[in-house]
Design a protein around this ligand. Structure first.
Ligand code: SF4
Length: 670
């Protein structure tokens, strides 16, 4: 053990291995301390939550002790950007620095890999989703002849949302597993085999959570067992998790499933009544969907608790029973179909899946009849709700809290669990970092050790926080105009580029409209929605004096250094309103527990998001710039003190002239 510790010190020291091999490496005590904490967690298979500010070097701080331990490592991230950075950059650099071959694999969900069997079935189908699908199908077939991975993201020109993708990829349900004639050359199997042999497997939170849910149900998991589990970008985990612990079905998925059976069945037994039965299911689903649309007054994209839908207990449940009946008739029909040609057993699998689905839908009929039933007092409730659009209706049973699920997963795991992010805490009343919110959400409060290492950057000298005084309130209709007017002199003086991070499309568009008129050269505006995110960022990088105006998707995971970002404007404190059925149930549950929905939920969530937005500005020791927050509440409200204390220690000013002077001449601004 002593040797491992010596090794870490030798690696991270000012004259250590990293200093000698990595250009620009700066030894930081916080990085070594972080690595030693990870080493301890690995030795003791314990749980740690580590908040490490930008510039701490957190990926090396967890990767190096994990690699030295020679244990199987899984890293799960929220964003593709971080996955790419780990896979394409960090691990390669480390491999060179440590003179060691590191076998690393990125594993994605099934829906990313071509399924050879479903591709065969779809290729012989009489019906494809779009007129252009035939051409795309030929491209996919050609792709499978040259690709080593079968990963559809390598096939240029096929959008992630193409309706052909579900027909040429597999799901847990429709995969034949070991019985599949393509099992040996199956891309999903090959990706998993590569992952099982790798030193490090990189996945995203979605895949990790799918694996967790599958293993919990007793089914074989998707990921190899790991001994070191690192949750990077851990602040996103609980939010993503509530979807994975939900039970759901969607009208569109059921219709696709019915059509899938039709397509498969006709391949082996063309003369059967497949079309008639698929049509019956489709019509029953349409009637159920129409009922939901009528009862919600055709409002587009509505989220509603089922108990609020009039007649859901009666007409709604009856219409869903009709769907069950149509599926049951369908199953009765093809249960008796035997075909010698179906050597792989696709029809057998369809029968099993249809029978499972009918059982699941019967439970949903009962849920509809019982919608509004109160849960036991004190037990975390589940919310029965629907999202209804013109094209689809998704019914969900969602837990208000995921903490019990994580507690159970932790209790049954022998791995070390390392949670890390630049934002896991808020400043408590005592001015100390407080992890209560993060730990409580994941049920880790009794077992996790916590550590914080602030960013090594000198925020006081590198950044100004400008809080304008003359702004309208954020809900005042003049707000966008007053904020635009207030930041205009900064935009004009800025020698570098600007991010304007908005909390809503409405505010984003209002600010863009104002600035398009007021800026001398409106072409510098890069407005979200005018093109894809990647292209917009490329355009931003290429254009002198660019001003990017975007909403929440630009608050995290965007790394612009130096002149590429000198000014960050945040329109409003990013509070998450309780405006969905799950949020409202969460609010009620917190009240029932005598906790404050605002102080115990909305405020910490807002602060973590705000810290991410502010964190876009200073990305290196040489960076400098100004953050503007256009929300008066940060100065006027009592909680503003907690918000200000939770931000990096920037020099605060309420004077435009000072902020402007710092942008132009930081060294001579007092
Ligand atoms: S094993 Fe499953 S995923 Fe792989 S080709 Fe066969 S059906 Fe498709």
């Amino acid at each position: 053990m002593a040797m491992l510790q010596d090794n870490l010190e030798g690696i991270f020291a000012p004259d250590g291995v990293l200093s000698q091999t990595l250009k620009g490496f700066r030894a930081r005590p916080s990085q070594l301390a972080f690595a030693l904490v990870v080493k301890d967690a690995i030795d003791n298979q314990s749980t740690v939550a580590v908040e490490a500010g930008t510039g701490t070097g957190k990926t090396f701080a967890y990767l190096i002790p994990a690699l030295i331990s020679k244990r199987q490592i899984t890293i799960t991230t929220a964003s593709k950007t971080l996955q790419d950075q780990l896979f394409k950059k960090d691990v390669k650099i480390l491999s060179k620095a440590l003179s060691r071959k590191i076998d690393v694999a990125v594993l994605k969900g099934r829906a990313n890999y071509v399924c050879r069997l479903r591709l065969d079935v779809t290729a012989s189908s009489d019906r494809l989703p779009e007129a252009t699908s035939g051409e795309k199908l030929r491209e996919i077939i050609a792709f499978t002849k040259t690709t080593e991975t079968g990963d559809l993201s390598e096939l240029a020109g096929l959008p992630e949302t193409d309706p052909l993708i579900p027909l040429v990829t597999s799901t847990q349900r429709n995969c034949l597993g070991a019985k599949c004639p393509h099992a040996e050359k199956c891309f999903v199997n090959m990706a998993r085999e590569r992952a099982a042999e790798a030193d490090i497997v990189i996945v995203n939170h979605h895949l990790y959570l799918s694996d967790l849910v599958l293993k919990k149900s007793g089914a074989p998991g998707l990921l190899p067992e790991s001994e070191v589990l690192v949750f990077d970008e851990a602040h996103k985990l609980s939010d993503i998790a509530s979807d994975y612990f939900s039970e759901s079905f969607s009208v569109r998925q059921l219709a696709e499933f019915a059509d899938d059976i039709r397509r498969t069945g006709k391949t082996f037994f063309p003369e059967g009544a497949w079309d008639k039965h698929a049509k019956n299911v489709s019509e029953a689903l349409l009637a159920f969907h129409d009922f939901l649309r009528v009862q919600t007054a055709f409002v587009e994209d509505v989220q509603i608790e089922l108990k609020e839908i009039e007649d859901i207990h009666t007409t709604g449940a009856d219409l869903l029973s009709e769907v069950v009946k149509a599926f049951t008739d369908y199953l009765n029909f093809f249960e008796n179909v035997e075909s010698d040609k179906d050597e792989a057993g696709l029809l057998e699998l369809a029968k099993e899946n249809a029978a499972d689905l009918i059982s699941v839908l019967r439970v949903w009929v009962l849920r509809l009849k019982d919608a509004g039933h109160k849960p036991e007092k004190g037990k975390a409730p589940e919310v029965l709700w629907a999202r209804i659009t013109e094209k689809n209706a998704i019914l969900n049973l969602t837990p208000v809290s995921v903490r019990e699920h994580f507690k159970l997963a932790r209790a049954t795991s022998n791995s070390a669990w390392i949670f890390t992010s630049a934002t896991l805490s808020v400043k408590g009343e005592d001015g100390e970092p407080n992890f209560d919110f993060f730990l409580h959400e994941l049920g880790l409060e009794d077992i996790a050790e916590t550590h914080t290492w602030a960013s090594p950057f000198d925020f006081e000298n590198q950044a100004f926080l400008y809080l304008p005084e003359d702004l309208a309130d954020t809900n005042d209709e003049r707000f966008a105009q007053t904020l635009g007017k207030s930041i205009l002199p900064l935009l004009k003086a800025n020698p570098g580029k600007t991010f304007i991070l908005c909390t809503s499309y409405e505010k984003m568009n209002a600010l863009a409209t104002y600035l398009e008129v007021m800026l001398e050269n409106p072409d510098v505006i890069c407005l979200q929605g005018t093109t894809g995110k990647a292209q917009l960022l490329e355009r931003f990088k290429e254009m002198d004096g660019a001003v990017l105006i975007g909403s929440m998707s630009f608050w995290e995971g965007v790394d612009m250094k130096g002149e590429n970002l000198r000014l960050v404007v945040i329109d409003k404190l990013p509070f998450k309103p309780f405006d969905t059925p799950v949020d409202r149930a969460r609010e009620a549950f917190l009240k029932e527990q005598n906790r404050s929905p605002f102080m115990d939920y909305q405020l910490p969530v807002m602060i973590m998001t705000l810290r991410q937005g502010v964190g876009r500005l200073i990305r290196s020791e040489d960076d400098y710039g100004v953050v503007v927050i256009g929300d008066n509440r940060i100065a006027k409200k009592g909680y503003g003190k907690i918000v200000r204390a939770s931000l990096p220690a920037m020099t605060k000013t309420r004077f435009l002239t000072r902020a402007k002077s710092f942008l132009v001449d930081p060294e001579n601004t007092p």
